[in-house]
Design a protein around this ligand. Sequence first.
Ligand SMILES: [Fe+2]
Length: 248
Amino acid sequence: MDIWGNLFSQKSSIPLLDYSALTVDMHSHLIPGLDDGSASAEESLEMLKGLASMGFRKIITTPHVMVDYYKNTPEHILAGLKVIRQAAGQQDIRLEIEAAAEYMLDDGFEKKFHDGQLMTFGKKNILIELSTFTPHPNLFSILFDLQIAGYKTILAHVERYAYWYDKIDHYEELKDREILLQVNILSFGGHYGPVIKKMAEKLADRGLIDVLGTDMHNPLSIPAYQKTLKEKYIQRLLSSGKLLNPSL
Ligand SMILES: [Fe+2]
């Protein structure tokens, strides 16, 4: 092995101690009272501090938007953003904080789309989640309509849709259609159970993951992110240089 080979192998054997390679987290629930995430301004602050200490520089927080449960409008979300930005500023938390939303592809989604009420981040990126239990009947047609309208869809926690587990081709087809696939960091730590962990690893093995997200809901989960850094899949992904987080 020549000197460059030696240097490379030494570099790759040093474990990463935080998530700073990602720079940006684009999936979290940090605004108090809007969804099943933060319950108070104190919890929001704890989570923001946790994310800063994990090495993130920029956060795009994404409250749930669902037709039945979380009827959050851009006005609600932007008012909440102001609250957490002010709180973070007072505590000298060095994070750039933005907000968008995590849209459930439910019966209310198309109306919001046609009314121009969708919140995006970066270059018209939109975070969309699907039902955990039932495949969406018109998924490809809605994704196509969004694409034509100039949106770049990021599908949230794709390792959690059990109805796709025996259809790895489905993930490949989504990527062929330029849909970005996001996986939750804690899935690699077994936080959601062994089946989801295995699926996350399978997606990583096939090179299908575009973006990692914390999907942080409460401060109690903060130690789990540190623990998950020990997972070889996370180490490999963070040092791959292939994830799109820093450019979001
Ligand atoms: Fe989420």
